[in-house]
Design a protein around this ligand. Structure first.
Ligand SMILES: [Zn+2]
Length: 210
């Protein structure tokens, strides 16, 4: 039979894996959206400029604006090119594929630990060890990619909301994903000043998720 500590550990791991899944799923979704916008602009701008130029050629009164139009098209094309280079350097494609892979794996890990905690099987010890090994392997990979403190707090909020658990810092069970001022399950809105964060949490207060 599992000890109380082992059951608690299963809950903790399940919660953490769920939070990590949320982080990587969000990253993957964000990168996917950026790639889509970039491809759209890449295709739409030449078509738009080409179409407008063709229309203007048939209207002599508007022909003086041709140069301006082509120049605007050129600027947009350059901006698009710069973003394309950025997307390559920032590896948006990798972010989407790694993000969805990690998110799926973390969700499975979360479910396994939840199952172990809710209904410990007769061969708990073996299952627990196997699950811990899988969790370790996943965490090592995720750690290499890196997660920001903002993301950790956001993942924590998502997990607490899912598990209907109280936050250790603010004592609340999150009902939505709106960032609050809590240094553990909030403050991921990217708009808070450093001064305000210090006021709320002089020590940083991020230890619980690490
Ligand atoms: Zn909190």
């Amino acid at each position: 039979m599992p000890t109380d500590e082992e059951i608690q550990d299963c809950w903790d791991r399940s919660l953490r894996a769920f939070g990590t899944a949320h982080i990587f799923e969000r990253r993957s979704r964000g990168a996917k959206r950026r790639i889509r916008v970039l491809s759209f602009v890449g295709m739409a701008v030449p078509v738009l400029v080409g179409g407008l130029v063709a229309s203007l050629l048939g209207m002599p009164a508007l022909q003086p604006y041709l140069g301006v139009l082509i120049a605007i098209g050129g600027v947009l094309a350059t901006v698009q090119l710069v973003f394309s280079i950025w997307s390559l350097l920032a590896k948006w494609e990798d972010t989407t594929s790694y993000g969805s892979e990690s998110s799926i794996d973390n969700l499975e890990i979360s479910d396994i630990f939840k199952g172990l905690a809710q209904k410990p099987p007769a061969d708990f010890a073996i299952n627990y060890e196997v699950a811990k090994e899988r969790d370790r392997a996943r965490s090592t990979q995720d750690l290499k990619i890196g997660v920001t403190d903002n993301e950790k707090r956001m993942g924590m909020r998502a997990a607490l909301r899912q598990f209907q658990k109280k936050c250790v810092a603010c004592g609340e069970v999150p009902r939505d994903m709106k960032p609050t001022t809590c240094p553990v399950c909030g403050n991921f809105g990217f708009r808070m000043t450093r001064k305000k964060v210090k006021e709320i949490s002089p020590g940083g207060g991020l230890k619980t998720y690490e």
